[in-house]
Design a protein around this ligand. Structure first.
Ligand code: UDP
Ligand code: MG
Length: 310
């Protein structure tokens, strides 16, 4: 029977957390009384993650497994799961029960009311360091500013997607995808349900500082070309600075206030910078175009068709 709901779960060295997750998700999904599937995407684990899932899937046909050949990262695992999901509504969540399974029926309720994306919004975060909370808050504000996308605050990867949103994701063939940015980019009717983020059920976080930095920089580059605009901004700033300084010096010279010759060196240097940054800025405008063309995203996403034959 085709699954109505798909749960997509990226897993990386999670042998300790999987049994708790399996028990909790099975209880919640069985109570809903509709066909479901749980797709575990094993992101190159080196522990017994794959064996444990295979064992579960031999006893329970709702449990499915996709195993990567190596660690490709949480985003690659999530998008792989979304691409293989067959449900009308697809829920993405972590395996460590930090995203409580009890929130799923509330998300489904919103989906039934007609929402296409339901974000799990964290009203509190247990068991997470102040450093992680602060850096993720600053990061989100920064990415919202430079990308111009309305990425909601305090949301992570715990979300429900309607089938049409999943299909929209599939039409984004770029290499590096960032779920929070892509969700804001595709649009559709979106809402939130609040929850308290729990402590990890078992095991440790899979994000070292190095991995967090890599994840953050990929997010910025995949959702914004702002860093490429920095050269143009510098070009404009240096041009304004140079014009003001030269004009002031000329006015002073007209008023017979003569500055030492060395003072003229300053606007001459900034003039060179203005010239160089402007050229770099123009190059980056073309680079931006090439980058956007390479991403190969659709130019638009149609949400609804009326009287249009497929
Ligand atoms: N994960 C993954 N690949 C990775 C890192 C993490 O698939 O390279 C999975 C992990 O198993 C978990 C989810 O992504 O199900 C979130 O990871 P984690 O709980 O370690 O992140 P945190 O909650 O500490 O931010
Ligand atoms: Mg976690």
């Amino acid at each position: 029977m085709k699954a109505k709901y798909s749960i997509v779960v990226p897993v990386y060295n999670e042998e300790q957390a999987i049994p708790y997750f399996y028990k909790a998700i099975t209880k919640t999904m069985t109570e809903l009384g509709e066909p479901y599937e749980v797709i575990f995407v094993n992101d190159g684990s080196r522990d017994k993650t794959a064996e444990i899932i295979k064992d579960l899937s031999s006893k329970d046909k709702c449990i499915k497994l996709l195993s990567f050949s190596r660690n490709f990262g949480q985003m690659a695992a999530i998008f792989c799961g979304l691409e293989h999901a067959e449900g009308d509504a697809v829920i993405d969540m972590d395996v460590d029960l930090q995203d409580p399974v009890e929130v799923i029926p509330l998300m489904i309720e919103k989906w039934k009311q007609g929402y296409d994306v339901v974000h799990g919004k964290r009203k509190a975060r247990k068991g997470e360091s102040w450093f992680k909370k602060l850096t993720s808050k600053i990061y989100l504000k920064f990415i919202r500013l430079i990308s111009g996308l309305k990425i909601p605050e305090n949301v992570g990867e715990f979300k429900l997607f309607d089938r049409k949103v999943v299909e929209a994701f599939k039409s984004m063939p770029e290499q590096d995808r960032f779920l929070r940015g892509a969700t804001a980019w595709v649009g559709f009717k979106q809402t939130e349900v609040e929850f308290v983020r729990q402590e990890r059920s078992a095991g440790k976080t899979k994000y070292s500082l190095k991995k967090m930095v890599k994840f953050a920089s990929k997010g910025i580059v995949s959702m914004s070309t702002f860093p490429l605009s920095l050269a143009s901004i510098a070009g404009v700033a240096f041009s304004i600075g140079t014009t003001i300084t030269f004009t002031t010096f000329i006015i002073l010279a007209c008023l017979k206030i003569y500055l030492p010759l060395a003072a003229w060196l300053f606007p001459t240097i900034t003039c060179c910078f203005a010239f160089l940054f402007s050229i770099m800025g123009f190059n980056n405008i073309y680079l931006k175009r090439i980058y956007q063309e390479c991403q190969n995203r659709p130019r638009y996403i149609v949400a609804e068709k009326v009287n249009i034959e497929e």
